[in-house]
Design a protein. Structure first.
Length: 376
């Protein structure tokens, strides 16, 4: 699969206007191809969306959008070669959705979340999911106070802005299910009392794609609550050299301030950005195209489980967020293709015979995108 930086390209499917974008597999040294009708742009950002070379905002630039785009540069001071995942996380924050991060150990998943929260002035907490983790360890529980002779609620780590659920598939279903209410309702209910979570709130859950012994696969009902599933690949040779060079020069992943990571956006900018994304126009033809793509997954021979209407809504919202980040006030078919793989790949299930034949979910989705007629 080939790709281009920040244009999210999947080599299996192409629209009539150019390469299909895909947010997980960018090559930082490839020429930039924008998903918008304007075509090719400079490397590193869609046309008109990246920060000016001198760090100043361009005339007419949306300050909220520019602030969020500057976040990528800040995270890049600590994390090398994961711009696609950073962009996916920004899209999730704009849509108020959750992210499932899949990657082998050591690709900077925790560091990325910490750097992102620092650049956005958001609180973050990390929970290591283990087989003996209890639901109360995540949501919080009632604790007896000997001074007042009463039970008081002690908040769990879910009361934060970005919760990093590390190796979420290593904890039993009972503890996994404790997150369902928090993810869907943005609240936690203990002893009949509902307690709202901070805003914004998203879960960034990680899982190892190669080690399945002693794990508890997430059920479809919980997978469907994740807005995006992003893959974090191993860095390329040049990127890995840069990682080693930074460590040789004294980089400490536990000290982000020493790395120069600073806050460039906050809750105000994020709220303004969410309001702007809500105003992005979607033509009836684009709505029909999203439905056609989703319905095609339900009849694909290789799938035993297709995408639900919730998945169609997720694809719509993420397409609007990507269009806004790209500097447009309307959604194009390439925006839909840009987010189709990360938005749908975890909502479908392969048939056993397809798995035995070595068929990959992304390949089937790519074929669907290539076969569904693109609106003109």
């Amino acid at each position: 699969m080939s790709s281009q930086p920040n244009s999210y390209t999947d080599s299996n499917s192409h629209s009539e206007g150019g390469a299909t974008p895909h947010p997980d597999v960018l090559q930082p040294d490839a020429p930039q191809q924008d998903a918008s009708p304007q075509g090719a742009t400079r490397q590193g950002a869609p046309r008109g969306t990246g920060p000016a070379e001198n760090g100043q905002r361009r005339p007419g630039e949306d300050p909220a959008r520019q602030s969020l785009l500057n976040v990528r540069a800040e995270v890049g001071k600590a994390v090398v070669g994961q711009d696609p995942t950073v962009t996916g996380m920004l899209i999730a924050l704009l849509c108020g959705g959750h992210v499932l991060l899949e990657g082998v150990p050591g690709v900077a998943k925790t560091l990325l979340v910490r750097a992102l929260s620092t650049a956005l002035s958001l609180d973050t907490k990390r929970v290591q999911f283990t087989p003996d983790l209890m639901p109360g360890d995540v949501t919080g529980s009632l604790v007896y106070d000997s001074h007042t002779s009463e039970f008081t609620f002690r908040e769990g780590p879910v009361f934060t802005n970005i919760m990093l659920a590390d190796e979420i598939n290593r904890t039993p279903p009972k503890t996994q299910a404790s997150l369902l209410e928090a993810m869907e309702e943005r609240q936690v209910s203990v002893d009949g009392v509902s307690r709202p979570l901070p805003s914004p709130f998203i879960v960034a859950a990680t899982q190892n794609p190669v080690e399945y012994e002693g794990t508890y696969p997430l059920p479809e009902a919980q997978l469907d609550r994740f807005l995006l599933k992003l893959t974090m690949p191993l860095p390329g040779r040049a990127e890995e050299i840069e990682v080693i060079r930074r460590h040789a020069n004294g980089f400490d992943p536990r000290n982000l301030s020493a790395a120069g990571v600073r806050s460039v956006a906050g809750a105000v900018e994020l709220s303004s950005a969410q309001a702007a994304v809500a105003q992005v126009a979607v033509a009836p033809e684009i709505l029909a195209y999203i439905v056609d793509v989703v319905r095609a997954t339900r009849s694909a021979p290789s799938f035993q489980l297709g995408v639900s209407p919730r998945g169609a809504t997720a694809l719509l919202n993420t397409s609007k967020a990507w269009a806004w980040l790209s500097g447009r006030t309307f959604v194009t078919p390439d925006d839909v293709k840009a987010l189709s793989l990360p938005c749908l790949r975890h909502r479908v299930g392969l048939r056993p015979e397809a798995q035995m034949d070595g068929i990959q979910v992304d390949d089937v989705l790519g074929s669907i995108l290539a076969s569904v007629p693109v609106p003109r």
